[in-house]
Design a binder for this molecule. Sequence first.
Ligand SMILES: Cc1ncc(COP(=O)(O)O)c(C=O)c1O
Ligand SMILES: *[C@@H]1O[C@H](CO)[C@@H](O)[C@H](O)[C@H]1NC(C)=O
Length: 489
Amino acid sequence: MIAIPYLTALTTYFSYGLLFAFGQIRDFFRKFSDGWWRPNNLQGYAPICLGLEDFYIRRLYLRIQDCFGRPISSPPDAWIDVVERYSNDNNKTLKRTEKISRCLNLGSYNYLGFAAADEYCTPRVIESLKKYSSSTCSTRVDGGTTVLHNELEECVARFVGKPAAIVFGMGYATNSAILPVLMGKGSLIISDSLNHNSIVNGARGSGATIRVFQHNTPSHLEEVLREQIAGGQPRTHRPWKKIVVIVEGIYSMEGELCKLPEIIAICKKYKAYTYLDEAHSIGAVGKTGRGVCELLGVDTADVDIMMGTFTKSFGSCGGYIAGSKELIQYLKYNCPAHLYATSISLPAAEQIISAIRVILGEDGSSRGAQKLARIRENSNFFRSELQKMGFEVLGDNDSPVMPIMLYNPAKIPAFSRECLKQNVAVVTVAFPATPLLLARARICISASHTREDLIKALEVFSRVGDLVGIKYFPAEPKKLHQEERMKLE
Ligand SMILES: Cc1ncc(COP(=O)(O)O)c(C=O)c1O
Ligand SMILES: *[C@@H]1O[C@H](CO)[C@@H](O)[C@H](O)[C@H]1NC(C)=O
């Protein structure tokens, strides 16, 4: 639950209203003049990009598009090279310059710092590239299964604490392709309201009935489960064929930890399967980096389907599903993303195996443990300092993801551009990735940040925060009480 100050809610609605109204007026007059967009419209065809999305992109997003998709010309380490761009048409199109600005990177999911060259991983990745090449040019069932793929699956299963695992070349496709294999007509998916788009699309594509429960609210999950089990399938009222509850370990736009123990208890009570997406938690939290189960003291045997990605803590690409031997065997025979998609790139696979070895200390050093201690210290330090400064920071302690609320649409580019000017690269997120009112900057802390890096970032944030006016919780004077805020989910 996010409580937004009433005045902020009002000005935010007003800003969007104004943007919408002017956009509509400009679109209205556009019809009367011949402009640059006309030649694209084929005679007799319906416009291919019509609708509110198109309007939103043209009239809202393009105004601030310089804050998104900034080209980078370095690894996504603690510091990155951001390529400067310029525009001759009010940022409608952006052109790259030769100039580079070296920025502190607070945007990449490089939790453990494996995305940059690593003394253990990088030489092995290069070796695998020489030995195997970059692609298998084949699907897993044809010529695309190498010994490295088998090793990766064993390594992942062992790491997450499940009997078996299957890996895919893309994290997004892992969710969106697996859910339609497991679920279908007559089955029920109960999904957290803030689950990632890959889960939403996988669930929709499965054809199963989807019910949503209030974000991270076990009591509401129980309510939905009881109601659905009592009612059964629509029309026929037959019992559901199977029920899966889908949650995430750390919610990537809120920085919150899943209330996993409570959710597991409810799922067990009602005999529903649990599907846990650990994209942001695997490798990043827990004493040995094994994710939220380790952090919150949940037995992995109680989570039926464990999903995660290699794109964050491991500095690679791809995703995995870990579960019982039967489940993984079934997926290997049935999942189209396994049968019809080229297998994960080999250097990427080697990167994951090497990163896991470092995390577990199997490289013969204590670097893994140090990284894990570092990300935790860094995250908790940064979060508490931000809170002290009066920012409205979402999420839980220990989570390396910390959103800072901006709310107003004008504050999105203001915060992003001002930070960039002072050599701090941040990611801002707004609608449709968040609800309209709840635009935010999303900070990702890494084990590769030094204390000096974080202090520099805090200094910049403090200045920019005053300038942009986003210290919504000033310690003194206590202006905004909880009662004066509008409750939103
Ligand atoms: C919760 C969650 N699941 C899945 C994905 C998709 O993973 P990938 O980026 O590896 O394709 C993401 C991506 O950010 C995510 O946050
Ligand atoms: C275009 O982007 C730059 C920053 O990249 C910004 O300073 C400028 O105000 C933007 N122009 C418009 C018209 O929004």
